[in-house]
Design a protein around this ligand. Structure first.
Ligand code: C5P
Length: 232
């Protein structure tokens, strides 16, 4: 499982997505499809991007009773995505059921990654809304360990947490990290950011990069720069 740059294709339609991907000509970057694009276009967007030869991270963050998640994961696996995700907060039993659903009859399956606590959740909202009173760092690591015990492949986390996750869950446990910005770029609404080179240094396995590539004047050059800094 090699290091790679995943482009967050946060577009509202297939048309805008293909207009963007067409710029890459011969190249086939790993792309992330999120809820907005998936709900706008349905499974056909996954099939079409796959048919163009891209790897796909389908970021739908499933969270439901184990049986429902298992069946939904079987559908996603049939779409031939390369990576998908769920909320670790759905419990270990839900994660185990998800893995079962995801595994194809021939034993292959997409990578399965857990979201721990969303980065939009802070200590205060976790305590007030969720009645969780442990320090948030401890909660994140505990959820990561649960994901590992359930047999998942890794977690989505801040690049700042990658080192600790590897310490706790082992070097092979994948860290998929958004919040990446170029040293000379605009941070937008991301607060705790790292450059691709720093993310590499700290041990992230995949970086998820959206606007620094999608909103760049030359997206292909921005992507190439990410790959050079992160993969080398
Ligand atoms: O444009 P930008 O590089 O900020 O995009 C980052 C992508 O990663 C977006 O699709 C965003 O939803 C996603 N993401 C994130 N932070 C998280 C989890 C996912 O920015 N904690």
């Amino acid at each position: 499982m090699g290091k790679d740059v995943i482009i967050a294709c946060d577009f509202s339609s297939a048309e805008k997505t293909f207009e963007f991907l067409d710029k890459f000509e011969g190249k086939k970057p790993f792309v992330k499809i999120g809820m907005e694009l998936f709900y706008a276009e349905g499974p056909s967007i996954v099939r079409e991007i796959k048919a163009r030869g891209h790897k796909i991270f389908l970021d739908l963050k499933l969270h439901d009773i184990p049986n429902t998640v298992k069946k939904a994961m079987a559908v996603l696996s049939g779409l031939d995505v390369d990576m998908c995700n769920l909320h670790a907060g759905g419990t270990r039993r839900m994660m185990e059921a998800a893995l079962e659903g995801l595994t194809r009859p021939d034993g292959t399956r997409p990578l399965l990654i857990a979201v721990t606590q969303l980065t939009s959740t802070d200590q205060e909202s976790m305590e007030t809304d969720l009645l969780i009173h442990e320090p948030i760092d401890k909660v994140v690591m505990h959820y990561a360990e649960n994901a590992k015990k359930a047999g998942l492949d890794g977690v989505v986390c801040s690049p700042l947490e990658s080192g600790k996750v590897h310490e706790v869950c082992g070097g092979d446990f994948l860290t998929v990290t958004p919040g990446v910005r170029f040293a000379d770029g605009d941070n937008g609404d991301q607060k705790r950011v790292m450059t691709p080179a720093q993310a590499k240094e700290i041990g992230s396995d995949y970086i998820v990069v959206g606007r620094p590539i999608t909103a760049a004047e030359d997206p292909v050059a921005a992507y190439n720069r990410c790959v050079e800094e992160f993969v080398g």
